[in-house]
Design a protein around this ligand. Structure first.
Ligand code: 5AD
Ligand code: SF4
Length: 440
């Protein structure tokens, strides 16, 4: 029997693609091997959102060459966002021509065929098709990372073309799955023990299926699924979020009181150059609406510092919006030019030193706010969906609250009796990135 191992970089779309790939390989009889250095087949599922990913990727790729010497049947596949860039495929073909299979984000369903061709003919296989009309999502039988929670694609691709972002080039044009298809998939997942679903799309708010169903319609339909406990989604786009969607935080009891709402910058001038189609006033109005409908809602965000042309004044506007919103958490990034995107050609790139200095100031502010927001949980009882044993210390478990707060807690229960369950925890300590407590 042959074994397989998957190395996944990047976002939840990639994680879910890896779950689907694992499902296909297990259907072919491959068995999972945690350690890629002991596997007969290695899949590298890559990300290209930021630049350092390229260097790391080629470094790891180079190291796999020695596997070919020790195991003559060893097969290496590269997939995900990297091979969607022609220059990356050229480089693989030139410098790493021994890579067996390369396939694109819209060619995942072809993997069994590519593997067979590779074995039969001994020839390298390359399959990268843009805007593949056939998305085989319904035929997939993913091997899930967690038994109790599942990732569910609702849209593929992105049409927004934010000027810094490579995703519209690597994942193609936006396509929405039919509402009924998504509901069917979630019903099957619930029958299989799933309690929480994460609806995935680059911009879930622009979801629209062929019958005209909106994202709010989809949430309302998923909320009706008996046995499902929690609904999450990501990512929202402030330009497309609707009042009807915001009202779902009140009307849909399964919808978790949490939203990831990337702001990217607090400066109107920079938001315009980023092609984001909203300004700070509109963004703050959305936050007010969310809090009016759902006072307990937790809000997280993505912020880019050092976007071309960003001045100290622009950056201060970003600090200001962060202070106004008071985010529960934030992912902060230093702008990284991606070849092929408009912003990479902007002439006024910000110096590295300035970027790092701003980045540090932003992180300090965001961490301070996160800690303050977590402090109010001291002594409170929260409900946690348990993911499993905590990674950091023994005899502790970890899980998430409805508002996506990470909770590490002690319990007398055995792992098999608590993982995947909703439990009550009393919070005894609050930190910047987590809450600590004890099961009640
Ligand atoms: N440079 C820095 N950050 C980026 N992101 C996307 N593209 C870039 C880039 N070129 C960030 C955005 C996005 C998150 C997933 O990654 O903040 O929301
Ligand atoms: Fe990239 Fe903007 Fe699309 Fe998000 S919405 S994937 S940031 S282009």
């Amino acid at each position: 029997m042959s074994s397989y191992s998957i190395i996944t970089y990047g976002c939840q779309m990639n994680e879910h693609d890896s779950e689907n790939i694992a499902g296909m390989l297990e259907a072919l009889g491959y068995i999972h091997e945690e350690d890629p250095w002991s596997a007969d087949l290695v899949i590298m599922n890559t990300c290209s959102v930021r630049e350092n990913a390229d260097k790391r990727f080629f470094g790891v790729l180079g190291q796999f060459k020695k596997m070919k010497k020790t195991n003559s049947d060893f097969i290496l596949c590269v997939c995900g966002c990297m091979p969607q860039q022609p220059r990356i495929v050229e480089e693989i073909n030139k410098r790493f021509s021994w890579v067996d299979i390369v396939f694109g984000t819209q060619n995942i369903a072809q993997l069994p065929e590519l593997l067979e061709m590779r074995k039969k003919t001994g020839k390298k296989q390359r399959a990268i098709i843009d805007n593949n009309p056939h998305i085989a999502e319904d035929e997939m039988k993913p091997v899930r990372m967690h038994q109790h929670k599942a990732l569910v694609n609702i849209t593929f691709g992105c049409n927004n073309f934010c000027t810094y972002c490579i995703v519209p080039f690597t994942r193609g044009r936006e396509k929405s799955r039919m509402l009924a298809e998504v509901v069917c998939e979630i019903e099957r997942l619930v029958a299989d023990g799933v309690k929480e679903v994460m609806l995935l799309g680059q911009n879930v708010d622009s979801y629209k299926d062929a019958l005209g169903n909106s994202f709010a319609d989809l949430i309302k339909a998923v909320n009706e699924i008996a046995g499902l406990e929690r609904i999450r989604f990501m990512t929202s786009h402030p330009k497309d979020i609707s009042d009807e969607m915001i009202d779902c935080f009140k009307s849909c009891e399964k919808l978790c009181k949490n939203i990831h709402l990337p702001v990217q910058s607090g400066s109107d001038r920079i938001l315009k150059r980023m092609n984001r189609h909203y300004d700070r006033k509109r963004y703050l109005e959305i936050v007010d609406k969310l809090r009016a409908v759902c006072p307990d809602i937790t809000i997280s965000t993505d912020i880019i510092v050092g976007f071309p042309g960003e001045t100290e004044e622009d950056f201060e506007e970003t600090l200001d919006i962060a202070r106004k919103v008071r985010y529960d958490s934030a992912f902060t990034f230093i702008y990284s030019p991606r070849e092929g995107t408009p912003a990479a050609k902007f002439e006024d790139q910000v110096e590295d030193g300035v970027c790092h200095e701003r980045f540090n100031r932003l992180v300090e502010l965001m961490d301070g706010i996160s800690l303050e927001k977590n402090k109010v949980f001291m002594g409170r009882e929260v409900e946690v969906l348990v993911d499993g044993p905590s990674k950091t210390s023994e005899n502790t478990f970890s899980g998430r609250t409805d508002g996506f707060k990470l909770v590490n807690f002690t319990s007398d229960k055995k792992e098999e009796n608590i993982s995947g369950q909703l439990v009550k925890v009393k919070i005894t300590e609050t930190k910047t990135f987590s809450l600590e407590g004890k099961e009640i």
